[in-house]
Design a protein around this ligand. Sequence first.
Ligand code: F0G
Length: 469
Amino acid sequence: MDGARTIIEPFRIHAVEPIRISTRQEREAAIEAAGWNLFNLHADDVLIDLLTDSGTGAMSRDQWAAIQRGDESYAGSPSWFEFLGSVQALWPLKHVIPTHQGRAAEKILFSVVGGPGKAIPNNTHFDTTRANIEYTGAEAIDLVIAEGKDPAALHPFKGNMDVPALERLLAERRADVPVVFVTITNNSGGGQPVSLANLHAVREVCDRFDVPLFFDACRFAENAWFIKVREPGQAHRSITEIVREIASLADGMTMSAKKDGLANIGGWLAVNDDRLAEQCRNLLILTEGFPTYGGLAGRDLEAIAQGLREVVNEDYLRYRIRSTAYLGDALDAAGVPLVKPFGGHAIYLDARRLLPHISPLEYPGQALAVALYVEGGIRGCEIGTVMFGRHPDGSESPASMDLVRLAIPRRTYTQSHIDYAIEVVQVVAARSDELRGFRIVDEPPALRHFTARFEPLASGLRDGVATRN
Ligand code: F0G
C-alpha cells in the first residue's frame, strides 16, 4: 500500500534460530558465575542479544548462495576479484587490503604510522582503534563537537568533528600527526552521523596542513542514509552517490565488514599511497595472510561482496534506521533517559542520568546492563567508565558519559522482540533507585571491559532488582 505509515521488514524469514527461554533464577546464577561481566555469559543464556551489531546480522539468501561460489585458491582467487570490485564500486581507493576484521586493519595501519610521540585525532576513537594506537605508544585524541558529548543535545550530525579544534591541533603539532581519522558513524559517541559538509571541512583542513584523511567506515551506509534524510540538498541523491562522494574525500579507510558489510566476519584497509600500501601488505603477510585473501576464506570474500551490494539498498536502510528509532521512540515516551537523536545501529541508555545515586567510578552503566540481563535476559553493552575509564598510565577517571548500548543486529530481530526489550527496560527503569554499583575485582591491562570481573557493591542488587518476583 503506497503511503502506509508502517515500515515493514523488506524481507521474510528463510531460516530460524531457536531462542532458549530462561528464568530469572537461571540468569542470576549465570551472571554471578560470569563475574557480572556480560561478555563472559554463554550466549544460550541470553534471550535478546543486543551486545553488538558486529558480525551478528542475518545474511541474505543471495549471500548464502555467494558463499557456495567461494573459491579457495590461495592466490588470485576469483572471490578476491569479486570482493575487490564490490569494495571499489563504493570506495574506489587504489589499494584494498583484506583483513579478518576491522581491528586487524587498525593494527596494521598504526604499526606503520603510529609510535611514540605521534598523535592521531578522530571524532571519537572506537575502543579497538584507541587501543591499537596507544599500543604503539601514540596518543589517540577525540575531537568531536561539543554537542557530541552531551547525551541530550539535539543536533542532526552529532558525530561531526570539531574543525577549529582540529586546526589548532595541526597548527601546534602537525609533525606529530601522521593521519586524521573520522569515524562514520561515530559509534562511541552514540552511533551519530557526520555530515557531508563536515567531512568536506575536515578535508579542507587536511589539505591545508598536508595530512592524509582516513575514515573508520564501519557504518558508512547508515551514515549516508542520515546524510540523505537530514542534510539539506541531499534527499534526491542515491546512497551510492553519497558514499562515492564521501569516498572521494578519503586517502584511506579502515573497515569492519561485520557492520555495513552485512557479513559475519571480515574487513579491509584501503589506501591510495603506494608506499604505505606496500608497508601494510608486508605486515599483512606476517599476521593475516596473502594479499588476495588476508585472513578470510574465499567464501567470506563472496559474502562481503554481496553484502556491500545489499547494504546501500534504500528499502533496507529505511527499515534499518526506522527499526532502531522504534526502540528509541518507545523508551523516550516512557521517560527513559537516552542519547538523542537516535543513532543508526543502536539506542544508548544514559545510565548516569538514570542512576544518579551511583557514582561513575561505581559503574552505573554496568549496573544497568546487569539489571537488564537479570530482569529479562537482554544483553546490552556498557559504554562508559568500565570501557574508557582506565588510562595507559594506570590511573582511572570517569568517562565523559556512562551509557548502555542496545545494539540492533542487522535483519535479525522482529518487532515483537523489540517490544519485549522495551518492556524490560521500562520495568528496570521504574526501579532504578534499587540498583547498586559495582567494583572491579580483576582486570587486564587494556580493553578491560571484555574480561574484567566485578562484584556488586553492598547488597542492593540481590536485595533489590535481582530477587524481586
Ligand atoms: N571501528 C568502529 C567504529 C567499530 O564500531 C568497531 C567495532 C571497530 C572499528 C573494530 O572492528 O570489531 O571488526 O575489529 N565495533 C564493534 C561494536 C565491536 O560492538 O561496536 P572489528
